[in-house]
Design a protein around this ligand. Structure first.
Ligand code: C2O
Ligand code: CU
Ligand code: CU
Length: 494
């Protein structure tokens, strides 16, 4: 049998011992693995509310560790937010109230709307103010999300809980017979790593070495719970996986080695299901996977270590506590089959979309973007070296870096420096043309807005949404501390 200590990601790990001493083990002893039920974000069906949706960013108290409620943020809830379901063809009127004591924004990550409604770093909602974007939903069925994005406070606000899911529907899943009974055979899994202090409170530090590695914690939470347990029917189950961590990649697999099928990678369904045994999910990325539980056996979802890929500035060079920030591997949660739950999906459809292969000859421009770590990799832009940024320049809200034309496509060749960076573009989808000079793996071949780059990639980016000089879109590294340190640029599309 597995012993309790060391079973759960991070608990009993070296990093926690170094940072927290005995206190951390006290916390570990209070968490019984797989005892808490998987929390389910409430489903907010926009159509059922006449396409009028109200959410409020507010403070809350949430018990990550049972019996220890701590200060958090959430969207109309104590931690995280509702899963908002929207339908293609509808226009959804949103009302976002800011009930926290700092300016915030709400960015619709993966939703294709004009920049004025996108909620980027410049669309601040001041405390007690209300923002009313209009979301015209016109894109294929997909799992998107939303999160806070105020410049210089994004990372902390997301860490405290300002993130939620957005489910876009166009009837495809229904037609294909995919699992779509929310909370039964269609489960959202929001993955995050968190650090707790001796009293069980959330600890956030974004400065110093965290500017390089990003904020990483030694405990993984799924929908805000440590090592939860989900009951599933003995059939095919869809998992909508969102990595909402600030910086950590998850390298997911099942402890029994079972195969699962990736059906969607952020911007919509793939051509067909891709059978895999392990899947890396980077911050900001979503994947939908189908898992077959018809054998009736329980299955533990686990993650391998996050390989920081920092080359000569490797984690070992960073010194404590960051030297071993993400060593943790272990179990995230368990699925248990409940034979009483009715089985709606028994088979995996062989074809999902009639997706046309991206055509590079359509590109009207080629751009090169290098994601650089700055002097000594520490992100210090002090004139003695390059700042953390893109192409040697840190983010400047007064500078437009790229001017594109709506209705066209461009090839962006994006090269990571020193470590793997999850590259994200607002307001546009891309298809990867190549990764490390080769054709991309099948599960990364569909439309995406975020992709982990360990090697240079060529992305064919399609511009469909309006962004002007006073309301531009941004593109950035989705390690939120990198974004805040300057690894972000602005583009317009007219
Ligand atoms: Cu998740 Cu700027 O985005
Ligand atoms: Cu985004
Ligand atoms: Cu980065």
């Amino acid at each position: 049998m597995l012993s309790r200590r060391g079973l759960i990601v991070g608990l009993g790990g070296l990093a926690s011992a170094a940072i927290m001493g005995r206190a951390k083990l006290a916390i570990a002893a209070q968490v019984e693995p797989f005892s808490a039920p998987l929390p389910l974000p409430s489903l907010l069906d926009a159509r059922r509310q006449g396409n009028r949706v109200k959410i409020a960013a507010r403070e809350g108290r949430h018990a990550f560790i049972p019996g220890i409620p701590v200060r958090t943020y959430g969207y109309s809830s104590d931690y995280l937010g509702p899963a908002i379901k929207v339908y293609r063809g509808d226009t959804v009127q949103i009302e976002v109230e800011n009930k926290i004591d700092r300016p915030t924004t709400v960015h619709w990550h993966g939703l294709l709307v004009p920049a004025r409604d996108d909620g980027g770093p410049r669309s601040l909602i001041h405390p007690s103010q209300v923002w009313r974007p209009e979301l015209k939903v016109d894109q294929p069925e997909a799992t998107a999300w939303f999160h806070a994005h105020p410049h210089h406070d994004t990372a902390r606000q997301v860490y405290m809980g300002l993130a939620g899911l957005m489910l876009i529907e166009d009837g495809t899943g229904l037609r294909l017979g995919l699992p779509r009974d929310y909370g039964v055979d269609d489960l959202p899994l929001i993955l995050q790593d968190r650090q707790f202090d001796a009293a069980g409170r959330l600890v956030y530090f974004g400065g110093g070495p965290a500017r390089m590695t990003g904020m990483r914690g030694d405990t993984v939470v799924v929908n805000g719970a440590i090592a939860p347990n989900a009951k599933v029917p003995a059939g095919i189950v869809r998992l909508r996986i969102l990595n909402a961590a600030n910086a950590r990649n998850f390298d997911l697999s099942f402890a029994d080695g079972r195969t699962f099928h990736v059906i969607a990678g952020g911007g919509g369904y793939l051509r067909g299901p891709v059978a895999m045994r392990s899947l890396v999910v980077a911050p900001g990325e979503r994947f939908e996977v189908l898992v077959d539980f018809s054998d009736g056996r329980p299955a533990v979802l686990q993650t391998a270590e996050d390989d920081l890929s920092m080359g000569m500035m490797g984690p070992g060079m960073m010194g404590p506590p960051f030297g071993r920030r993400s060593p943790a591997s272990g179990s995230l949660m368990r699925f248990e089959v409940n034979p009483a739950l009715s089985i709606k999906a028994k088979a995996i459809p062989p074809t999902l979309t009639t997706h046309v292969a991206p055509d590079r000859s359509r590109a009207v421009a080629r751009r090169r973007l290098t994601l650089n770590m700055g002097m000594m990799g520490m992100g210090m832009g002090d004139g003695m070296g390059s700042p953390m940024g893109i192409n040697g320049r840190a983010f400047d809200p007064t500078r437009i870096d790229i001017e594109a034309k709506i209705g066209t496509a461009e090839i962006w060749s994006v090269a990571p420096v020193m470590m793997a960076h999850p590259f994200h573009i607002h307001g546009a989808m891309f298809n990867m043309l190549s990764l490390g000079g080769r054709s991309p793996p099948a599960h990364l071949a569909g439309a995406k807005d975020t992709v982990l780059l360990r090697e240079p990639a060529e992305l064919l980016v399609q511009f469909t949404q309006m962004a002007t000089r006073d309301k531009p879109f941004v593109y950035h590294c989705h390690i939120l501390e990198h974004e805040e340190a300057g690894m972000m640029g602005q583009y317009i599309a007219t």
